[in-house]
Write a protein that binds this ligand. Structure first.
Ligand code: SF4
Ligand code: SF4
Length: 512
């Protein structure tokens, strides 16, 4: 078993190493034909002319090419700005498309082989590393989790965190430097949507394989718990089918890209003008998507949360939750359980919700009136700020990059406006609670340790008090790791929820 696992680890590292190495492959040459095809007619005489110095020069890697291109474009824009010729400044994002068009070499000529050597080997290796766990007796094993460098904020954890943060920064703000990775998934993209892979296709693919492979790990690790099995299969399905494959097929049919499970305000650009226009102009299906999106947050969230708590979304459907529950599972013990962090969490997450509501109100005002000024504030600047700070930095760079440092639900706990909205319903109007059989609790603290949302579950268990916290995502891990069967996730009548600690702890005989 150990030999198979070690072989799997070697294969995984080989695939991962080749994937990193692939960024250095290919040569990049800008030809007149690429300039002609990739640059808009109105920029041919300015940017097109400026690029003459780069024509037919071969760059040994994409980084050098993109750097040279960005220099030319930024130099041109600086000149226009210095001369105050604002109408000539070029804001179009040319860098990624031009770098991709200029690539030639092994990744472009044989992407399928390189796909196998990178993703194929890494996936195979990861599965070989994980599958031998099946031979152990069922039951959760978190052995040495606080001694291992990767899961206890050691050097390996910091390295993984740094890699993830770097990846998200490049993906969001400098995608031109990741062109080689998009070449690897071009064949898959063409098969699904008929076009070449964008950075978002690459991201969707990586996201999906992480959820699938680490989902298999979850299925094995928690195989004694049917709740965890079904929940994990659910997030694997929603990520693969609803978030990745269906939107790509819609694009191939000339329909709007649409993730049917993404709900405003998590889907913060749902009410942006370009999205509304695209839906309205797409006929019956587009109108259905628009109505579906509105019904989901107006009716779907309150009704489903009333019956099942926010777990129906956060732990069963959501893509962010899906990644947190699969890729993030090894890091759940790193969430901060202090009262201070609970206080900070409430301020920030509800602050983001208010920001999202105000930003959307301004965007809709601009959409219906045509005026971008709302109380002397430019609505386009507000939505750009939201996209940069919340949609990019918080949700991506911090939300996932900080998994190995602050636990797997940093975004869901501190930043997600939809989680805040769901949480308000869960706290005030829901049948969901975690019941605690206080008399059985031995205060081992497993439940608090592995609560990814930083809830001090033990404190409730010791008092025999129901857990009705707005932040609880109903992952059920506290219940799964409890050695005494103290905790139970339940949907029962609203009136039987114990919202405050009973004066006398009655243990098994506690009356409701
Ligand atoms: S209290 Fe339990 S079910 Fe709720 S988030 Fe924490 S571990 Fe998950
Ligand atoms: S895991 Fe169970 S026994 Fe241990 S502190 Fe939590 S509720 Fe009590």
């Amino acid at each position: 078993m150990k030999i198979l696992s070690r072989f799997g680890l070697i294969l995984f590292l080989a695939g991962f190493g080749l994937w990193l190495y692939s960024l250095t492959l290919n040569e990049f040459t800008l030809t007149p034909a690429i300039v002609q095809q990739s640059i808009k007619p109105e920029h041919q005489s300015t940017l097109g002319t400026r690029l003459q110095t780069m024509l037919n020069k071969t760059y040994s890697n994409g980084w050098a090419f993109s750097y040279a291109f960005d220099n030319e474009l930024n130099g041109l824009n600086s000149e226009y700005k210095a001369a105050q010729q604002w109408d000539k400044v070029i804001y179009d994002e040319y860098s990624f498309a031009i770098t991709k068009a200029a690539a030639k070499g092994p990744l472009k000529e044989n992407p399928s082989l390189w796909f196998f050597l990178t993703f194929g080997l890494a996936i195979l290796g990861a599965l070989l590393y994980i599958l031998p766990q099946l031979r152990l007796l069922p039951g959760i094993k978190n052995n040495q989790i606080f001694q291992q460098s990767s899961t206890a904020r050691g050097a390996l954890g910091w390295m993984v965190g740094t890699f993830l943060i770097g990846f998200y920064i490049l993906l969001y703000y400098f995608p031109q430097y990741l062109v080689n990775w998009t070449l690897l998934v071009d064949p898959l993209s063409k098969a699904l949507n008929g076009g070449e892979a964008s950075r978002w296709f690459l991201y969707g693919f990586l996201y999906t394989i992480c959820v699938m492979v680490m989902g298999i790990r979850m299925l094995i690790k928690y195989r004694h718990s049917s709740y965890q099995q079904v929940r994990t299969l659910s997030v694997m399905f929603f990520q693969t089918a609803v978030a990745f494959i269906i939107p790509e097929i819609l694009v191939s049919l000339n329909k709007p890209y649409y993730d049917f499970k993404n709900i405003w305000p998590l889907d913060y650009d749902f009410f942006f003008d370009y999205n509304l226009n695209s839906l309205v102009q797409s006929g019956g299906l587009g109108i259905f998507m628009l109505v579906w999106g509105i019904i989901l947050f107006l009716i779907g969230v309150p009704v489903m949360t009333y019956f099942f708590g926010k777990r129906w979304y956060c732990s069963w459907v959501c893509g962010c939750g899906g990644l947190a529950e699969t890729l993030g599972d090894p890091y759940r013990q790193l969430s901060d359980k202090t009262l201070k962090s609970w206080k900070i969490e409430r301020y920030i997450v509800h602050g983001v919700l208010v920001f999202a509501v105000l930003m959307t109100a301004m965007v809709l005002y601009t959409y219906f009136t045509g005026s971008s000024n709302v109380l002397f504030i430019d609505s386009y600047s507000v939505r750009s700020a939201y996209g940069f700070w919340i949609g990019g930095i918080f949700a991506g760079v911090v939300g996932t990059g900080f998994y190995p440092l602050m636990g797997n639900r940093v975004w869901c706990r501190f930043g997600c406006p939809l989680a805040a909205y769901l949480g308000l319903w869960q706290r005030k109007k829901s049948r969901f609670r975690i019941t605690t059989n206080g008399g059985q609790c031995i205060s081992c603290g497993n439940c608090s340790t592995y609560c990814e949302m930083g809830i001090d579950v033990r404190a409730y268990a010791q008092r025999g008090q129901d857990i009705v916290r707005s932040s609880c995502v109903g992952c059920g891990i506290c219940s799964a790791v409890c050695p005494r069967g103290v905790l139970n996730l339940e949907n029962a009548s609203e009136g039987s929820r114990v919202m405050v600690a009973p004066e006398v702890m009655l243990g098994n005989d506690m009356k409701r």
